[in-house]
Design a protein around this ligand. Structure first.
Ligand code: TYM
Length: 330
């Protein structure tokens, strides 16, 4: 049984609603891989967050497993970090979430962009659980006193909630819950290829981590384009989005070439997409190979998850013990 590390702690999680895409990878998972060398890291598949919106119970276990395999494929190393399934620690995560929810105003949650988005997306499914999304997320992080959280920019408002909750709770009960900060990842906001805003599981047009070169080409073929030419390189829209992808996968110089090309000869999107597809595949191929190894060794994966649970539970129980005492519950 490993003892609790004294290094600063990191926590992050990915939901299992759909297969992780390159937005999740660049916005979160790659950051997790970067941090595992220096910090005491716990990375979770947050399946209690998955069931807050409509989902298919029949495929949930496979979806959870797919996220774990993507984590391992992307380079999370069980010798350097701990991987957990949130529901394996449901008692701990939900207990803290309940206490935090007791001190936090409903109106603040209703104001959050994600709550409004989810309400718009599932108008017939506006359940109490949805209000618990940010509360449970705060509990996930505060339970482990994590200082750093590698997540996309879209999640910054949730982190602000977690900080507010920690302050309020500490002020009321004299606990020492740590206020977490976002670790800025390389692709904090990977754009959508098919519309406005960021790439998202619900909008489609996503490149998932197991896509073949042909599948990547097919997604890029459908990516929206413009005329490819103009006086000024646009800050938003199809050209900006595709060139952001170039920047993320082929580097700054290549992206600058396209920005100049836009103002001169014009961008030929067929060429851009062909090169970009190759570059994305080059990044994903080693992930797919490593993932395949773990897919073929399920017993190793089960052991990793059992160890992760055991480690995380020790920390979670210590936090809860202190919280219950300070709240006068014991
Ligand atoms: P999820 O599964 O929706 O997203 C997982 C991570 O991917 C990031 N992300 C992106 N980053 C850049 N560009 C994009 N297009 C893009 N799309 C998604 C998200 O910011 C996120 O970091 N709320 C979390 C789940 C969660 C969590 C936690 C995270 C629950 N509890 C505790 C950290 C700590 C989420 O959005 O999952």
């Amino acid at each position: 049984m490993s003892s609790i590390e004294t290094k600063s702690r990191v926590f992050s999680g990915v939901r299992a609603n759909a297969r992780p895409h390159v937005g999740n990878y660049l916005g979160a998972i790659k950051g997790m891989v970067e941090l595992q060398d220096k910090f005491d890291c716990i990375f979770s598949v947050v399946d209690l967050h998955t069931v807050l919106v409509p989902y298919d119970p029949k495929t949930l276990q496979q979806s959870i497993r797919d996220v774990v395999l993507d984590y391992l494929g992307a380079g999370l190393d069980p010798k350097k970090c701990h991987i957990t399934i949130q529901s394996h620690l449901a008692a701990e995560h939900l207990e803290l979430a309940y206490y935090l929810g007791c001190v936090y105003p409903v109106s603040r949650i209703e104001d959050l962009p994600t709550y409004k988005e989810k309400k718009a997306q599932y108008p017939d499914y506006i359940n109490v659980g949805l209000l618990y999304y940010p509360i449970l997320m705060a509990a996930d992080i505060l339970l482990y006193n994590a200082e750093l959280v590698p997540i996309g920019i879209d999640n910054e408002p949730h982190l602000e909630v977690a900080r507010e909750m920690a302050r309020k709770f500490n002020g009321m009960y004299g606990t020492k819950l740590v206020e977490p900060k976002r670790y800025a990842t390389t692709g904090g906001s990977v754009p959508s290829l098919v519309g406005e805003g960021k790439m998202s599981k619900s909008k489609g047009g996503t490149i998932i981590l197991t896509d073949s070169l042909e599948e990547i080409k097919a997604v890029l073929a459908k990516a929206v384009t413009d005329s490819g030419q103009g006086d000024k390189f646009p800050e938003t829209g199809p050209a900006a989005n595709l060139v952001t992808f170039v920047e993320l996968f082929e580097g700054h110089d290549k992206a600058q070439q396209y920005r100049s090309m836009y103002k001169e000869s014009g961008i030929r999107y067929g060429d851009l997409k062909a090169e970009l597809a190759e570059a994305i595949y080059k990044e994903l191929q080693p992930i797919q190979e490593k993932r395949k190894y773990f897919e073929e060794h399920p017993e190793e994966v089960d052991k990793i998850l059992a160890d992760g649970k055991e480690y995380a539970q020790k920390i979670a129980r210590e936090t809860l013990e202190e919280v219950r005492q300070k709240m006068g519950l014991v």
